[in-house]
Design a protein around this ligand. Structure first.
Ligand SMILES: Cc1cc2nc3c(=O)[nH]c(=O)nc-3n(C[C@H](O)[C@H](O)[C@H](O)COP(=O)(O)OP(=O)(O)OC[C@H]3O[C@@H](n4cnc5c(N)ncnc54)[C@H](O)[C@@H]3O)c2cc1C
Length: 368
């Protein structure tokens, strides 16, 4: 820990963290920008990168016990952290473990009994219902690399980088998430927001999730108890920390899956800048789309085709991407206020021209 004086309001928490023998270093006044894809954010009063489930559990419990606000940061690819930083403890999730724990051929390494989940999932793009029972294959297209493939069950910790997981699994011949290639973030963040790529959602791969309540209780929820929806999960409502999850993938055609992931990556490289925070606004509602006779509900389409604003509205170090109208790019000098000003310009124009109320998709964190 550095020698900077600890503010009085944190002294009891800091000494409790020291007594709890948490091996990771507690940092004071840590700049948060380097932990986000936007490279934007002020200082965290207290910051620690927790590398084990034990550290995460202890830190959350201690922060609650000492009434110090805390925030769990994943890959920082969907948050806008204020220029004045975060008053309290930021726990960066660095808990990265994975193991293969079973397969649908019955080789269950941990003798886990999987219940069949008789849930149905409606694809928001095609409207088609898919079954999510464990032993049911919803890949109906024979050219799909996962068609009729054996299922593989993995336990993955919430701090695992999803890009790494997808790549490492493909190297082992395990498929299923190839269409999610090049989406940043950790498993915890992906579950929190039910990350989506093409017609698939993270929730489609989830068997169960283990989380911790603020009073330290561990809860295990099956897929059908997680309230997955578009950009939604039960974790938006309950302040729990996602610890790890059992997910299913496939022993599919890895060659075809790899080709798909390369295509997806190439396409994303052309259409999405990485020095951004992902889509800043949610899609517009069906009524707003209808009223304005928009061809798409995507805000990227509105900013591009209806406003003609690609690559414009530069404020300080932030501007609307020239690749995607719902992405705001930054050049390394941007502040959170710059980004908010660009967002405000889009919001006001959409309100006055189309009577559309844009809703933010990114999460604001800390003080602005
Ligand atoms: C270039 C780019 C492309 C993107 N493309 C897509 C895309 O195609 N589809 C898509 O859906 N999204 C996309 N995103 C958005 C983003 O990648 C996802 O929303 C991702 O799920 C965020 O994960 P994260 O770990 O970075 O979360 P963070 O940004 O760190 O956090 C987001 C929220 O999740 C919460 N959270 C994180 N971990 C936990 C945990 N363990 N327990 C409880 N809460 C937690 C945080 O507290 C915060 O509220 C893109 C972003 C970028 C920058």
């Amino acid at each position: 820990m550095s020698d900077i004086n600890v503010s009085l309001s944190y002294t009891s928490l800091v000494s409790a963290i020291q007594k709890a023998r948490i091996s990771e270093e507690l940092l004071l006044g840590e700049p948060l920008g380097k932990y986000t894809t936007w490279r934007v954010g002020g200082l965290a009063d207290l910051f620690i990168e927790a590398k084990s489930i034990d550290s995460i559990q202890k830190l959350v419990a201690l922060a609650v016990e000492h009434s110090v606000p805390h925030f769990v940061l994943g890959g920082g690819s969907n948050v806008l952290i204020g220029d004045k930083g975060f008053r309290g403890l930021v726990i960066k999730n660095g808990y990265c473990e994975k193991s293969i724990i079973g397969d649908s051929a019955g080789n269950d390494n941990e003798q886990i009994e999987y219940q069949a989940l008789h849930g149905r999932w409606q694809d928001h793009v095609t409207g088609v219902f898919r079954h999510t029972a464990v032993h049911f294959h919803y890949y109906s297209d024979e050219t799909d690399p996962n068609f009729n493939a054996e299922q593989i069950f993995l336990r993955v910790s919430s701090g695992y980088s999803m890009a790494s997981l997808i790549r490492e699994m493909l190297d082992m011949g395990i498929t299923g998430m190839e269409k999610f290639a090049r989406i940043p973030g950790t498993l915890g963040g992906w579950i929190y927001n039910n990350t989506h790529g093409h017609t698939q959602f993270m929730g489609d791969f989830i068997m169960e999730v283990r989380s911790m309540t603020l009073d330290g209780k561990i809860i295990i929820r099956q897929w059908n108890e997680l309230d997955f929806g578009y950009d939604q999960s039960i974790f938006h409502q309950n302040n729990e920390v996602i610890l790890d999850s059992t997910i299913r993938m496939f022993k599919g055609n890895a060659q075809v899956a790899r080709k798909i992931s390369i295509e997806v990556m190439k396409n994303k490289l052309l259409r999405q800048p990485s020095n951004s925070g992902g889509c800043v606004f949610h899609n517009v509602t069906a009524e707003e789309k209808e009223q304005n006779q928009f061809e798409s509900d995507a805000v990227g389409y509105i900013v591009d085709k209806k406003l003609g604003w690609l690559g414009t509205n530069k404020v300080g170090g932030a501007w609307i991407s020239s690749k995607h109208g719902n992405f705001i790019e930054t050049d390394g000098t941007a502040t959170a206020q710059d980004i908010l000003s660009v967002m405000d310009a889009i919001r006001k124009e959409c309100k006055s021209r189309f009577n559309v109320e844009l809703r933010e998709e990114i999460f604001r964190v800390g003080e602005f």
